[in-house]
Design a protein around this ligand. Structure first.
Ligand SMILES: Cc1cc2nc3c(=O)[nH]c(=O)nc-3n(C[C@H](O)[C@H](O)[C@H](O)COP(=O)(O)OP(=O)(O)OC[C@H]3O[C@@H](n4cnc5c(N)ncnc54)[C@H](O)[C@@H]3O)c2cc1C
Length: 489
């Protein structure tokens, strides 16, 4: 039953899928357009500074552990994890910040200082989120979502009503809390997941559970270590990789994909798995008749935000947490500028990661490697001047809020936004992390993992189930490999 399988793209989902397929005894080749594996998990290195260019939050360590366990490995065979404490600091204004500390009793006491009974409310909220996490991870996350019937399951239906998974998370949070700061802190992962809290189902309070209870972690060597680890696992299962080869065509013969054609070569395939951006694969590699979704389908989707990123090398130490959220401006206004009337935001919220606080190797002594992320609408015109003006704005706000000089200590800075996402990853509208997790883009309502007409073409990655993020990307690879296994038997 051994098949020749070609995977297009070496993001986490593509490599995860390839590893499982290799383990099942197939001959697997991953073809990647860029010079190296890892998709959005790259680094920017210069003058002794190293920045992870994409993800910075290592959440849901259980999902990574279970991936490695499937290959009889442990996470610490590849990298060590350090829990970051506080998980993050949130600035609401000058001299006004809150730390999400690891110790739950202390955190509850601090919630009670913000709101009477806040500590008890937090415990109730987390108990509920913990149950949702169990339902989501054990019952939802690993489903191929080819049909809604997969979700009809007695235990699940029994719990669905009680858990109110589908009401808006904004309402769910407000049923537990009144304090605006608490509400903003609990709503922030929704924005990170790419949707307005009023449109994100309460199911995603699992992210609050992941963040507060399971913790925020840092892998030794940085997030790039995760890509290195998955690559090593795939190689250990006999997977071959070809780099610097953009795929431009999937050849089809009577409803079967037969060949994957790149700029340099062509590869015979019994089965093809596309990990590259779903829209890009369908619009550029397949004739119209064979596409699952039309151009207008994609144009009507709610994409997650894109991101304007800055990698800033500093020649001084900052008194700052590893992860910091700057919530000194209007959250709702910023969300509207992303989703309702997409435009460059007037005064955006932003986020910084200063990995050199945990990992001295990523910056010279007395220096810091500072990463800044501003969530912005996808599909905006992105130019140098716009980037520069946001850089000045956020650095000035940061200086004020943390009360430290930054401007005069910049060794160099680099920026990254829409046009880079498009040229590096063929990302639809320059999105950073796929589709927004709105109710109507969840589970079986997401783009399908299988082509409707080509019966040996599958899709994996952040634009299909289970969704955006590193843990879902690993799971997406497994779902597709399992589905192939079922279908070829
Ligand atoms: C700025 C940013 C911050 C993020 N923060 C976090 C975070 O903190 N925590 C978290 O868990 N997740 C985070 N994410 C999300 C996470 O990185 C992604 O959801 C995940 O890495 C997606 O993996 P993927 O395999 O689906 O796609 P990708 O990583 O996009 O991989 C697809 C691959 O296909 C390749 N490809 C494209 N076109 C072609 C072609 N024609 N031929 C061959 N190959 C092609 C691409 O080069 C790429 O290597 C973040 C993402 C970004 C961008």
């Amino acid at each position: 039953m051994s098949k020749e399988i070609v995977v297009i793209g070496s993001g986490l989902a593509g490599m995860s899928c390839a590893a499982y397929l290799g383990k099942a005894g197939h001959r697997v080749t991953v073809i990647e357009k860029n010079f190296t594996y890892g998709g959005r998990l790259q680094t920017v290195s210069e003058q002794g500074f190293t920045f992870d260019s994409g993800p910075s939050w290592y959440w849901m360590p259980d999902i990574f552990d279970s991936f490695f366990a499937d290959f009889d490995k442990k996470t610490n065979d590849y990298y060590d994890l350090t829990r970051i404490d506080p998980g993050y600091r949130v600035y609401f204004g000058e001299q006004d910040h809150f730390d999400l500390v690891e110790n739950l009793d202390e955190l509850k006491r601090n919630f009670s200082k913000l709101e009477q009974g806040g500590g008890k409310a937090l415990q109730r909220y987390l108990d509920d989120a913990g149950e949702k996490y169990e339902v989501a991870v054990k019952k939802f996350m690993y489903k191929p979502s080819l049909s809604p019937l997969e979700y009809i399951h007695f235990d699940l239906i029994k719990r669905l009503g009680r858990l109110n998974l589908f009401r808006p998370i904004s309402r769910h949070i407000r049923q537990h809390f009144d304090n605006q700061k608490i509400i903003q802190m609990l709503e922030f992962p929704s924005l990170l997941l790419g949707a307005k809290p009023s449109e994100t189902p309460a199911l995603y309070s699992i992210m609050n559970y992941a963040d507060i209870v399971l913790g925020t972690w840092y892998p030794s060597g940085g997030i790039r270590s995760v890509a290195n680890a998955i690559y090593e696992v795939a190689k250990s299962q006999g997977v071959n990789f070809s780099f610097n080869q953009p795929v431009n065509k999937i050849s089809i013969n009577t409803n079967k994909a037969t060949e994957v054609v790149t700029n340099k070569s062509s590869y015979h395939a019994d089965i093809v798995v596309a990990n590259a951006d779903y829209n890009h694969v369908e619009q550029t590699m397949l004739p119209k008749f064979y596409r699952n979704y039309s151009k207008s389908y994609w144009e009507k989707r709610t994409m997650s935000p894109s991101a304007l990123l800055f990698y800033v090398a500093l020649n001084k130490k900052l008194d700052i947490s590893h992860h910091t959220l700057f919530f000194d401006s209007d959250f709702n206004k910023h969300a509207k500028e992303i989703y309702d009337g997409p435009k460059w935001p007037s005064e955006p919220l932003f986020y910084t990661s200063c990995a050199s606080k945990t990992d001295p190797k990523v910056a010279p002594d007395n220096g810091e490697a500072l990463f800044i992320l501003i969530p912005v609408a996808p599909n905006l015109v992105d130019n140098e001047q716009t980037r520069k003006s946001y850089f000045q704005q956020v650095i000035s706000r940061m200086e004020l809020l943390i009360n430290q000089d930054i401007k005069d200590h910049i060794v160099f800075s680099k920026s990254y936004a829409h046009r880079d996402f498009i040229s590096d990853y063929n990302s639809f509208q320059g999105n950073a992390y796929g589709l927004a997790n709105t109710l109507f883009q969840t589970a079986f309502l997401k783009p399908k993992i299988k082509n409707n007409k080509i019966n040996n073409l599958y899709y994996t990655g952040q634009l299909t189930v289970p969704g955006p993020g590193m843990p879902p990307a690993l799971v997406s690879g497994k779902i597709v490999a399992d589905q192939i296994d079922i279908e070829i038997k």
